[in-house]
Structure formats: structure tokens, C-alpha cells
Design a protein. Structure first.
Lengths: 345, 327, 327, 345
């Protein structure tokens, strides 16, 4: 894992991954305390994919995400306070309280509208790629979506269009079905696909396709960087399937902190990993995995890890304070923003 | 006679179970008919008792709907659950341009007796994409029967009728109805389509509503009653066929009409009922018809915003007071 | 001043050409904007003059629409042609649940200024699946602007406005309008949305219609004029936004309203306009509102059947006579 | 070609193929004479696929077809008089005049409603297969659709469902794109697909898939027979791509008899094949190809061919007379059949 990814980048990734992890843990707490309604989806366990992939993008690029968007939004640099405020339906939220957890969006960072309709993200992203291609400015669009999106026909249509028109789109499929209970077993719906190798689908459409270990930050970064370069040079779309084993907490229906509040001492060797989630702590938790590797740098690295974590915790605690202190939107503003009012350019 | 009460969700599952039991052609395509809420485990006995006839399909609404329509054309009676109401948009062509037109287009030689079901409405934090009510739109698709039950007895009876109907049928359940308990007869039975139910008698104004809005209207009626205003609450129960007669009869007695619906205003259910009465019951009207609906805005996530745009008993009561003073 | 006349199809292509010429963000996704009829070659000059901005997409309506919506979110102004009206059903989620809600759902921080276009209506032998008019349904999807032009000048002006609008917009063209020639000004220009056009002045009754039905209403008005009946024909031109004021003003003068539309009755355009007037113009009304629409049946193929269910000048004239005698 | 297909079957196929050919030629004539409105699609050039494939089915089986349905309906045994009457919008038509050319349907022969929506056929057919599977009577459903259907996402969804649930569906794709002008060149819309091998699509979903020469009656019959047997035995769906070179007459917009009224003497050697369509007459016209082969049987066979053709011409002439003499439906019946009225069983 070490090879390939520059040290600064690895530390940068860890910082973002920790921020996401603490954010998500806080979301569970806020939900438990009854601060918001509606179901929600967490990015815990997939930080190792979204963070390096998004880090590989440039400022001019576009992105599209799904119901499982928190990690993507934060990885791109959105304000966690505005993120939590949105989840709590506050006026200061990213969407002014109109979107909620499923639709967090930060247009100024290049995000297209965040669709909670499965298949929405991937097909809108092809539109993003179309815009990039029309502008001829070397920009690209990255779609970050789940494996379930490939059950929707529109995803297939969108892949076909992207391939036909050589659009600069990186299709990043986060396959988190391994370990998921699935509908049939009473869990959350997950992959119901006859395909035993999802890459055969983009391949059938002539799309360059690759599979990576989604817990391996360096591997994801390398794959994303290569895909982005390919897209920028006009060679058409790339499909990446990142395997991200399902976090135990995302089952059953409502997320729960099945693996506890992440304890970074498990990465530095200061704490044990025994218990029912040993496998998770040792192999699949991408935050622990990256931290463990960086910790190999010695005491200074271990200190740096805790410092990063402390900073992340602090930032998220402040974010939560901000969100909780923020006002709810004024009821009558519900009528605003149905239509944009700008005079046409 | 001791009154039994049952939740909407439990009665819905009873209807499916009885449908599966009494007709081997019935099967269910859809793994979460009651959504992901607390009632969802009620459907477990369907899978247990009819393991070969209850299917968890992929997230492929168009494909799932098409399978239901095609199977119906081939003689089966599938019940296709489309999930959250707006996911039916992905199956729009299958519902409106395949199922609804097949009987007509074959000169009556073939039929497509599929039942579609979905969870509609402003559910609380569902935001724009998960709070929709597609049945107003579908009322403009001739060939489809549409039921929008409001109580346990009605959802049981209307689903049984839908499963037995030779036509494609849509049954919509408001997400907020699932947990609501209402009285049910000892033996629940099928309810014929096209028969409105007067949920409350009153002389001063007619209020027409379906689905969850019936409950809000009854609450408003209760409140108004304390002011001496007696509202008649008419629940058409099915939009297609529509029991125009019961609505017009009521308006002929009260002279005033409020139509309540959670769909957006333009092209909504309230508009259709208002237009029908403006055309066929004009002479009964003593005041303008008033529509109480969601304004034409997408549904926002945050509670105060959501509440602001959603019809509720207060807004309904205010509208009734308004039609009583206006002339 | 010499009057110029132009076909609807030619004016539509002019609007696209001028749109492409004046705004580099505009592009066209759709290979047969004018269908497969005799006018189709008129679009050749779009491809010739803007070869990199006119795309023949696959038969993937949902995907094509999504590409337009996504591109619009990323700053472009795509014009997505969905072909025959009912093919929009395959893109329903993209139109109603992506494009229409994006601006609202992002608190106004993002917009999706895509223009959708389709050929709607009873086209002559199109049968059930190729004769539909989806815009009545889409009127129930807040966030979408909807234009239904009836003349060459209007389609030019409204398409220019649609392309320049910061919002997602649907422009529907009736398949039978394409070849109809009408007067156009020497310099055609954008027409603001939300301004109805009184296509004929009259004192006895108001007739409201859009798209092809405007021509039928004008023909009916011509015939009625010979009987001494003067009909006012109001063409709202856009459903969203709707120019309620012009409609209500007209009804305030005539006291009688006939609403004409080719969509099926229930949940149709005529119903919405009737309901609006029943609510806001009740005091002007001297007679019941009458709706002239397609009855609630799928469109049949055979000419006598198709004619029987389609509004035409005779049916419109009969409805006007009816509102003039009724009280 | 001879091998594999029993003699009786080959004669049977020729008889049906001739009937279809004469039917379609008559449709062009009726259109030219202004007897009906609206665009239409002919099966000329694809008889070699639909006829043997449909012949391989049993009476209990279901079928679904598309806008290009005439050949399928006739191959299954529908009455050509009622077929032409439908195209003319007459009360005696297969659909009582409600459907027209795009929707010809014969439910009593097992057809599901004929959808003119691209992708409609294939997805409804999976419902047919679902019904067959539920009934457990060994019946199967055959979908006959064009290559363009694979541009629609719902087709992909339907393939996935059929594969997941092992449904007895034969997906028979008639790929007539070879030789078609395509939209880009101003012709009728045809395949716009990034895939250069359409079979990769069903294969990506684990569906057993095979390509055949669609002009080769024996090859199609063999593939269909094998696929049907596989379906009947519960092994799940099969996808067959039949390559059927595009008939010149189906371009441009409205069909025209570009290759003339089929002259069977070209098959028996009594007439030459020179001219711009030589290739077509000698290699691609499936009727001529089968007739040519059967003609090898000698003078008796040649006589039999002409007799079959004469019978087909006679049947179609009678059918046209019937259709033209049939009444139009009474206008007010337009209101009937919106809903089925039967009391529920
Ligand atoms: C069109 C549509 N159908 C169904 C749903 C309900 N739904 C929400 S999340 C989900 C599972 C999606 O799986 P996947 O895309 O793999 O994302 P994951 O949650 O596993 O990250 C489903 C079916 C939906 N949101 N949209
Ligand atoms: C949903 C939909 N989009 C577009 C059309 C218009 N259309 C009619 S036929 C056709 C081409 C279909 O190609 P294919 O399926 O290969 O059939 P072929 O005509 O080649 O036999 C198209 C695009 C349609 N009928 N339905
Ligand atoms: Mg997943
Ligand atoms: Mg084809």
C-alpha cells in the first residue's frame, strides 16, 4: 500500500477520512437523540474509496453522488457544520433545510444535484461529462454510486451514451454488497443482480473497466488518477469497481454504531481488536487500516495521528454545536426557490 | 357487538394473504410493500406461507412493472409493489402506455389485470424525491383503475377487489396511514370500486378527500362541529371509477364544496373534482369551490417547511369557514 | 406592411438555429425533432451549421433526458427532444423528480435549465401508444415550466424563451401543427412566459385552449360568428406560469367559459382551468363551465373512432351553444 | 442448410414465408393507394428468422412482438384477412381497428399485447415467462424484437430479472442493422450502440447466448429448438441474436418495394438476378434462398414452389378483398373496451 501514494497525500487522506468518520458517528448520535427524522445512510467503511478518488480530481471537475453522499461531500471539502445543519433541517444547512441527509449538495464544489433515486447519480453524471466535453476545457465528471445502481436500466443507458460519445466520466461504483444482509434476509435492500461480475456490464459497452480494493487508499487513488487522465485526454469514460466490504452498522434498517466509536488506538497498537468485529478492525475498516500503516512511521507518526483525530473530533463537535444552534427555516420560505429568477444570460 | 380495530398496514397484509390464499394466480413482486418502517415485518407471513409466490425483485421499477403487466396478459394476477410513490415514475410507460391501453388496443380481446401498489405522500422528512403522490397524474391515463383507501377496512376491501379486477389497478397507500388504526368489521370483505363512502354526515358544507386527507378532514370536522358547523366528509375511495353521484348529491344538500388533497394544486385531484362539480353541479353551488392542496412546490425536508405546505386540519377548517362566509 | 407566413415547423427550427447561434451553451440531443413526417429535413441545417452541437442519441429516453438535466446542472443549456410525446413516460423520473426539483432541493444554489421537447397529440392513426399528450400530467410536477405553442410566431418566441430560461422547461408541439402556416412578424422575437394571447376577441363566451386546439377554437368561432355568437379565444401559451388574470378578465366580461383540450378529461388541462375559474372567478359565471376534451379512452387507430373521441370545431361550437343557453 | 431441418418443415416454412412476403407486398400497395395512414414497418427480409423460430414453439407458449410484427403474427397462424383489415382500420381487423399496423395482436394464439414502445416487447415477455414459470406447465415465452431494443434500459432490467429468476424466455433479437442507413445518414433510426457485440450484454447477466445467421432457416430453427428445450427444462432464459441484413425497401422513411415484387423464378433459375439488388436476390432474401434450395429437388419441387406461391398470392388477394370490403367501425364504439367488464373469477 505504501508504494505509489506520496506521503503527504496519505496524511491528507487520513485527515479527511477521520473527519468523515467522526461526522458519521455524530450523525448516529443526533439521530438517536431524535434531532432529525427519516432514514439515512452512512459512509462508514467506504472512506478508503471516496477520499482518495475525490482527492484525485481538480477544482474544475464535476461530481455526482447518491443517498450515501456524506463522505463524498466532505471529501471534496464541504463544510461539516453546514452538512450537519442540513441533516437537522436547519436554515444554515447546505441545502437550507430543503434536502436533508439524502440530498446533501455543494454546487460551488462542482456537485450536480444529489439524487436519492437509484440510478439518478450515474445518469446525471453523464450529463456532467457531456458539459465537460462541450466546454473542451479538459474537465471531467466523477459519479460515485452503489452497486445497486446497476440494477436500474437508466444506468445502462447512461453507460452506453458515455461510451458512444467518449464522454469524460469516471464511473466509480462502490460495491458494498459483500457482507450485507440483503432484502431477502430482512436487511436493507442490496445487490439483486444476475451478474456475478459487474465489470462485464461496462465492458459489454466498450468501456475501459477496472476493479480495485476499495479499502486500499493507494490503489483507489492510482486507479482514479489513471482514469481521470484518460478522460481528460479525450479517450472516453472509465469504470472503476471499488470493493468496499459492508460495515456491520449499516444493517439492519437504521444504522447503528455496531463497531463502536472508532478507537484509533487499535491502529497504533495501544488497544486490542478482539471481539465479534475483529476482522473489521484488522482488515476492513479503512480508517484503521490507513492509520495503522502510517503509524508504522513511529512515535511521531502516532502522535500526528492522534493530533489529526483530535482536530477532526473538535471540528465535528463544533459543527454539531453550530448545527444544533442554527435556526429552523422560516415556514413561509417554503414557497421560495421553486423557480430560478435570474434574468437569462 | 364488540368493535375490532386494526392498523391500515395489518389490514393491507390481510388482503394480500387472503388474495394469495384464494387465487393461485396471485403473486407478489416487491420486497417491501410496507416500506422500511416499523410495520414492515407484518409482511413476513406472506413470504412464509407463500414462498414461491412472493418475490424480492431488483431495483428495476420499469422491469418489475413490465413483468407484472406481461404476466397479467398471460393470465396471472400479479401485485407489483413499486415502493415509494415517486419510483413509479420509472415505470410510467409500463403503467400508462402498456397496462392501461392493452385491453382497449386489442379490442377487448386481452386484458392486463395487474395491481400496482405504492406508498405516496408527504411522509415526514422525505424531501422532494420521496414524498410524491403520483395518482393525480395517473388519473389522466385512461384504462387504469385507481383506489386511494383511507382506513383498514377500505384498504382490505379495495385491495381484494383490485386483485380480483379484470383491469389494471393502482392502489395507493399514504405512508402515514400505515400505523393508523380504525374499526374493522368482524369479517372484512371486498369493497366494490366506484362507491364513495360518506365518512361523516353534515349539512353545512361538503368536504371531499381521499387517503390520509380523510383523517385530516374528520379532525377538522370535529373541530368545526364545536363551532356549530357540520361538515359532510365524502371519501370517493376510488378515483377510477369515480362516484360522481354521491359527491353531487352531497353538494346539492350543502351548496358548498371544499376539496382537499395532498397533491400539488395544478392538475391535481382537487382540481378534477372541483371541475366536475363546476360543470355538473353548478346550480347547487352557493359559493366558490375551494381547493386545499399542497401549493405548487416540491416537498422540502425540514419540518416547519414541510408543515407549511401540507394540508392539515387547521387549513381545512379555515377553508370551510371561508366557503361558509363567501357567496 | 407585407405579411409573412411560416409553418410551425420552420419557425421551430429557426428558434433552435438562433438559439444555437446566440448561445454557445445550447446544444440539441435528439435526431428527429420534427418527427418522421415531411418537415423533418428542415432540421438539416442545424446539423450542417452546428455539427458538434447536434446529437443523434440512442433510443434511451431516460438516459438522454438525464444527460440533458445533468449537463444543465453543469452549466449548459441543452434542448432534449424526446420524440413522440408518450416516450417522455420513459424519462418521467428525470423530468419530474430530477430536473423539476433540483433548484428547490438545493435551496436555489443550483439550477437545471434544460429544455425538453416532444410531439404530442392525436396525430391521425397513431393509436393509443403514439397519440398522447403528457403535459397535463406534468402540470402536477412543480418546478417545470410548460409551454404549448399554437402558431409559428409563438413556437419561435417560446422556444427562444425556454432556451434562455434558468429553469427546466417543457415545450410541446402538436404533431398536426407542424405543417400549419401562420403569420409571423418580420423579426420574430422571444415571448415571455406567463402571458396569454387573446387569439380572437368576443363578448359572448370565453373559450380557453392551447396548442392545436386553438386552431379548432378559431374555426368554431368563425362558424359561430355566422350565427351571431362572438367567442373570445384565449390561448394561455404557457401552462406554467399560467396567466390566470387574462383568463379571469375574459370570463368577467363574457360570464361563460368553455375549456378545450385534447388530453383525456380526468386530471386534464381543461379541468385545471375550470377549477381555477370555479374558485377564483365564480362570481362572474352565469352558467356551468363546460369542458371539451378527449373522453377517458385510449386513442384508437381507425379514423372514425379517432374522430369520434377527438375535440373538433363542431364539438366546440356545440359546447359554446350549450353554455349560452344554460344558466 | 439442408442438414438439420426435416423436409416437411422446410416446405412448411417456405409456405409461411411466402404468405408473409405477399402480405407485406400488399401492404405497400394498400399504403400507396392511400388506404391507410401512419407509418408502418415491414418484415420483408426477416422471414427466415421469425418463421422457423415461431414454428418451433408449441400451442401453449406465449409470444411478444413489436412494431415490426406482421411476420410474427402470420407465422403463428393469424388470419391474413383480419391482419390486413386491421391495418386498414376496419371493424373486422385483429384489433377491431383499434390497433393498426404497429399493434397487430392475436391473443388466442398466445400473443401478449403488441407494444410499439421500443423495449416494451422484451420486458412484457419476461412477464410472460414469469406466468409460464408460475403455472409450471412447461410453457415458454418468446420475445421477438429488434436490435434497437437493447438501447432501452428496461430491456437490460428485463434480461436481469429473467436471468435471476431462471424464467423460460427466449429472447430473439432480430439484428437488422447491417445495411441500414441509420439516423445519422437521414434514414430510419437504427442501432446506436457502443457495443460492438450485442451478445456481451445478455452474457454479462449470465444468460446463455448464441448468434445465428437469420437468413438461414435451418440454423434459426435449430437454435430456437435448443433454446426452447432449455427453457422448458427450467434452465433459464436464452438469448439468440439473428443477423438479418436490412432490406433496401425499409429505407428511407416509408417502406417502398425497392426490390420489386418478389419473383420466385429468380430462385428456380427461370429469371436472372442482375441489377443493383443482385446481392440481395442471391444471398440475403430469405424467401429466395429457401426456395432456391428447395428447387434443387428438381422439376417437381419447382412446380411445388410455384403452387405454394400461387396459393399464397391467392390467399393474400382474398385477404385484401376481405379487408377492403370490411366496414369501418361504428364511431360510437370508440367508447367501448376501456375496461374489461367480466365478473372477477
Ligand atoms: C429508484 C429507486 N428505487 C428504490 C430506492 C430505494 N433504495 C434506497 S437505497 C437502495 C439500495 C441502493 O443500493 P446501492 O446503490 O448499492 O447503494 P448502497 O446503499 O449499497 O450504498 C434502494 C433500493 C430508491 N432510492 N430509488
Ligand atoms: C420508446 C420508443 N422510442 C422511440 C421509438 C421510435 N422508434 C420506432 S421503431 C424504432 C427503431 C427500433 O429499432 P429496432 O428495435 O432495431 O427495430 P427495427 O425497426 O430495426 O426492426 C424507433 C427508435 C419508439 N417506438 N419507442
Ligand atoms: Mg450497495
Ligand atoms: Mg433494428
Amino acid at each position: 500500500m505504501t508504494e505509489g501514494l506520496a506521503d503527504t497525500l496519505r496524511w491528507q487522506c487520513l485527515e479527511k477520512m477521520l473527519l468523515i468518520r467522526r461526522f458519521e458517528e455524530t450523525v448516529v448520535k443526533l439521530a438517536g437523540d431524535g434531532h432529525f427524522r427519516g432514514h439515512y445512510h452512512l459512509y462508514i467503511g467506504q472512506e478508503g474509496t471516496g477520499v482518495p478518488a475525490i482527492t484525485a480530481l481538480a477544482a474544475k471537475d464535476h461530481l455526482a453522488t447518491t443517498h450515501r453522499n456524506h463522505g463524498h461531500i466532505l471529501a471534496r471539502g464541504a463544510d461539516p457544520g453546514a452538512g450537519l445543519a442540513e441533516i437537522l433541517g436547519r436554515a444554515t444547512g447546505l441545502n437550507g433545510g430543503r434536502g436533508g441527509t439524502i440530498h446533501l449538495c455543494e454546487p460551488t464544489l462542482g456537485f450536480l444535484s444529489t439524487s436519492g433515486v437509484v440510478g439518478g447519480c450515474i445518469s446525471l453524471a453523464v450529463g456532467g461529462g457531456y458539459a465537460c466535453a462541450q466546454r473542451r476545457d479538459g474537465s471531467v465528471t466523477m459519479a460515485l454510486f452503489g452497486d445497486g445502481a446497476l440494477e436500474e436500466g437508466v444506468s445502462f443507458e447512461a453507460l452506453n451514451i458515455a461510451s458512444l460519445w467518449h464522454l469524460p466520466v469516471i464511473f466509480l461504483c462502490e460495491n458494498n454488497s459483500a457482507g450485507a444482509m440483503g432484502m431477502a434476509k430482512g436487511g436493507y435492500p442490496t445487490l439483486v443482480h444476475a451478474s456475478t461480475d459487474l465489470l462485464l456490464i461496462p465492458k459489454s459497452l466498450g468501456i475501459s473497466s477496472v476493479r480495485v480494493d476499495g479499502v486500499d487508499v493507494a490503489a483507489v487513488h492510482a486507479a482514479a488518477t489513471q482514469a481521470i487522465a484518460r478522460c481528460r485526454s479525450g479517450q472516453g469514460p472509465v469504470f472503476i469497481e471499488a470493493m468496499t466490504p459492508r460495515w456491520a452498522g449499516s444493517n439492519p434498517l437504521w444504522p447503528e454504531l455496531a463497531t463502536g466509536i472508532t478507537d484509533l488506538r487499535m491502529a497504533t497498537g495501544e488497544s486490542g481488536t478482539d471481539g465479534p468485529h475483529k476482522q473489521w478492525y484488522e482488515n476492513f475498516d479503512p480508517v484503521l487500516r490507513l492509520a495503522r500503516e502510517l503509524a508504522k512511521g513511529g512515535a511521531e507518526s502516532v502522535r500526528r495521528i492522534s493530533a489529526l483525530d483530535e482536530a477532526a473530533r473538535k471540528r465535528i463537535a463544533d459543527a454539531a454545536d453550530f448545527a444544533l444552534a442554527s435556526p429552523l427555516p422560516a415556514p413561509e420560505t417554503a414557497l421560495n426557490h421553486v423557480f430560478a429568477q435570474e434574468t437569462p444570460a | 357487538m364488540s368493535e375490532t380495530r386494526q392498523s391500515y398496514a395489518a389490514a393491507l397484509v390481510d388482503a394480500l394473504h387472503d388474495g394469495l390464499r384464494t387465487d393461485p394466480r396471485v403473486s407478489i413482486i416487491g420486497g417491501y410493500v410496507l416500506g422500511l418502517g416499523p410495520q414492515r415485518t407484518l409482511t413476513d407471513r406472506l413470504k412464509q406461507d407463500f414462498p414461491d409466490r412472493v418475490f424480492d425483485p431488483p431495483t428495476s421499477e420499469a422491469g418489475n412493472a413490465a413483468v407484472g403487466v406481461g404476466a397479467a396478459m398471460a393470465g396471472m394476477r400479479p401485485f407489483v409493489d413499486l415502493g415509494t410513490g415517486s419510483f413509479s415514475y420509472l415505470a410510467w410507460s409500463q403503467i400508462t402506455n402498456e397496462a392501461a391501453v392493452a385491453h382497449y388496443m386489442t379490442n377487448g380481446r386481452l386484458s392486463a389485470p395487474v395491481t400496482f401498489h405504492l406508498l405516496h405522500g408527504v411522509r415526514g422528512g422525505g424531501a422532494a424525491q420521496h414524498s410524491q403522490s403520483p395518482h393525480a397524474m395517473l388519473w389522466n391515463a385512461p384504462g387504469l383503475e385507481i383506489a386511494a383507501p383511507s382506513t383498514a377496512a377500505d384498504v382490505y376491501g379495495l385491495i381484494r377487489t383490485a386483485l380480483a379486477s379484470p383491469n389494471p389497478t393502482l392502489v395507493v397507500s399514504h405512508a402515514k396511514l400505515l400505523g393508523i388504526e380504525t374499526a374493522v368489521p368482524e369479517r372484512k370483505s371486498p369493497i366494490p370500486f366506484g362507491r364513495a363512502d360518506i365518512k361523516r354526515r353534515g349539512r353545512d358544507a361538503t368536504v371531499v378527500a381521499t387517503s390520509l386527507m380523510v383523517h385530516y378532514c374528520l379532525a377538522a370536522a370535529e373541530a368545526l362541529s364545536k363551532e356549530g358547523i357540520e361538515v359532510e366528509v365524502v371519501d370517493p375511495r376510488t378515483l377510477v371509477p369515480l362516484d360522481e353521484k354521491t359527491i353531487l348529491d352531497s353538494v346539492s344538500r350543502t351548496g358548498r364544496l371544499v376539496v382537499v388533497d395532498e397533491c400539488p394544486l395544478r392538475g391535481g385531484i382537487a382540481s378534477e373534482i372541483a371541475a366536475t362539480v363546476a360543470e355538473r353541479g353548478f346550480r347547487y353551488l352557493k359559493a366558490p369551490i375551494v381547493r386545499v392542496t399542497r401549493p405548487d412546490v416540491p416537498v422540502p425536508y425540514s419540518l416547519p417547511l414541510e408543515n407549511f405546505i401540507t394540508p392539515d386540519p387547521e387549513k381545512i377548517a379555515a377553508a370551510v369557514r371561508c366557503v361558509l362566509t363567501a357567496t
